[in-house]
Design a protein around this ligand. Structure first.
Ligand code: AMP
Length: 446
């Protein structure tokens, strides 16, 4: 299938060709004709599937087909600033041969330039709900002429607590409109949202529900919480990682880890909600240009990041919400590229890990790296004697650990292990053989 069979205008086909796309992705192939036919749409599509173009192209087609200058005719609501900037960039790229203007509206930056832009008249507004409410209150935007509403990453907007803001915004829109809802994961809350705001929607579900992207290899290392940073630094060196997105649970944790990685010679920067918009943009730009090897992010901040061909995502902390795992690993293996998602799982995170495996319906292999075997009793559940399969698995894991050892034969790693060895209760370091902690065996968690 090619884009020309989808019914898009010549200007849009030209812009698509200029982007270098020759084949529509599955979500594009299914969603574009449905949207062009004027239907409401409820689509589950993971990040990285090409969903932005799936709604932007038919939206631009519709607006260009019946020009009405200077009125806000399409509203795209997104959960984060970064995603707003990215979607607006995509709208401009795909709409470059059309006389349509697009404004991006989000918080964390001065409101005045946005007010000027909106007052001058734009046809498309891409906004985060909070800042859009500010503009509604200041009467700098009029939504009474909106023909198309897009709720992008709707599940995330609900998670962040944007539902009341969305309700307020939707009240300002005409009843007669086309509404498109995109969500990476399906939940009852999303269905309720769809029932409220959509009319007889067509559904498109290109991804297995709640399943992670197929082209991402997923694995986990069992490690004590206290040694995660050390193991991460070791993996950077042993596997020569150059561009890794690392997830932590807290903003403070992101800052601390970025500093620690930097100190151990791995250029790193943090991105989270307490950083100004300019700092976040700068951090992302440095990471994209590979000036830093690690971008340490919290879930909310990372939402919507589009980094082409990102090879590795590391879950330094396991997410409390298993669906966040799907979003996190959606950052890698985008648009057909293969990627690896690696989770560092401590004893305390066993339950989260089990919930994630259940959600993605996958037995994510969990192994240990030699020299980093967990010492914490809960991280190494006693091997069940009857489980032959498990025994086989454990042999395989040892082989895996040994492979790492080969690439880890230099003095730097030995020193780092010793320095990082956690002290026992009386403040003494635990006894180690040859600078390594005693081997206590591997086991699959959860
Ligand atoms: P999205 O899921 O919208 O965030 O898109 C993920 C990435 O896929 C973006 O970098 C797009 O530029 C890219 N992309 C979107 N559609 C296509 C296509 N048909 N062929 C190749 N790449 C695409």
């Amino acid at each position: 299938m090619t884009f020309s069979t989808l019914g898009l205008s010549a200007e849009l086909l030209r812009a698509v060709a200029e982007q270098g796309y020759d084949t529509p992705t599955p979500i594009q192939a299914q969603a574009i004709p449905t949207i062009l036919a004027g239907n409401d749409l409820m689509a589950t599509a993971q990040t990285g599937t090409g969903k932005t173009a799936a709604f932007t192209l038919p939206l631009l087609h519709r607006l260009a087909a019946a020009p009405a200058k200077g009125r806000t005719r399409a509203l795209v609501l997104v959960p984060t600033r970064e995603l707003a900037a990215q979607v607006a960039e995509a709208v401009r790229a795909y709409g470059r041969h059309l006389p349509l203007r697009c404004a991006q509206v989000f918080g964390g930056v001065n409101i005045n330039p946005q007010m000027r832009e909106l007052r001058a008249g734009v046809e498309i507004v891409v906004a985060t709900p909070g800042r859009l409410i500010d503009h509604l209150e200041r009467r700098t935007v009029n939504l009474s002429g909106v023909e198309v509403l897009v709720l992008d990453e709707a599940d995330r907007m609900l998670d962040i607590g944007f539902m009341p803001a969305i309700e307020r915004i939707v009240k300002q829109l005409p009843q007669e409109r086309q509404t498109l809802l995109f969500s990476a994961t399906f939940s009852d809350a999303i269905r309720t949202l769809a029932r409220r705001f959509l009319r007889n929607p067509q559904t498109v579900d290109v991804a297995r529900r709640n399943a992670a992207a197929d082209d991402v290899s997923q694995s986990a290392y069992l490690v004590d919480h206290a040694r995660k940073r050390e193991l991460l630094a070791h993996l950077f060196d042993a596997q020569n990682w150059q561009q890794v997105l690392v997830f932590t649970r807290t903003k403070h944790g992101a800052d601390r880890l970025a500093k620690q990685l930097d100190k151990s010679g791995i250029e790193a920067t943090a991105i989270h909600g307490d950083k100004s918009q300019n700092q976040r943009m700068r951090a992302l730009a440095e990471f994209k240009r590979m000036k830093v090897r690690a971008l340490v992010a919290t879930d909310v901040a990372a939402r919507g990041l589009d980094i082409d061909e990102l090879p590795h995502v590391v879950n330094f902390d396991m997410p409390n919400n298993p669906e966040d795992y799907v979003h996190r690993i959606g950052r890698t293996g985008r648009a057909g590229q293969s990627g690896a998602a690696i989770s560092l799982v401590s004893a305390e995170e066993r339950d989260q890990f089990a919930a994630i495996k259940k959600l993605v319906k996958l037995e994510i292999p969990a192994t240990t790296v030699e020299g980093f075997e967990p010492q914490h009793a809960r991280a190494v559940p006693a091997a069940r004697p009857s489980a032959n399969g498990e025994q086989r698995h454990r042999h395989a894991q040892r082989g895996h650990a040994a492979r790492y050892d080969k690439s880890d034969g230099n003095a730097k790693h030995e020193r780092r292990r010793n320095e990082g060895a956690p002290a026992s209760r009386n403040g003494q370091r635990r006894p180690e053989k040859n600078g390594r902690r005693p081997f206590r065996g591997n086991a699959v968690v959860g």
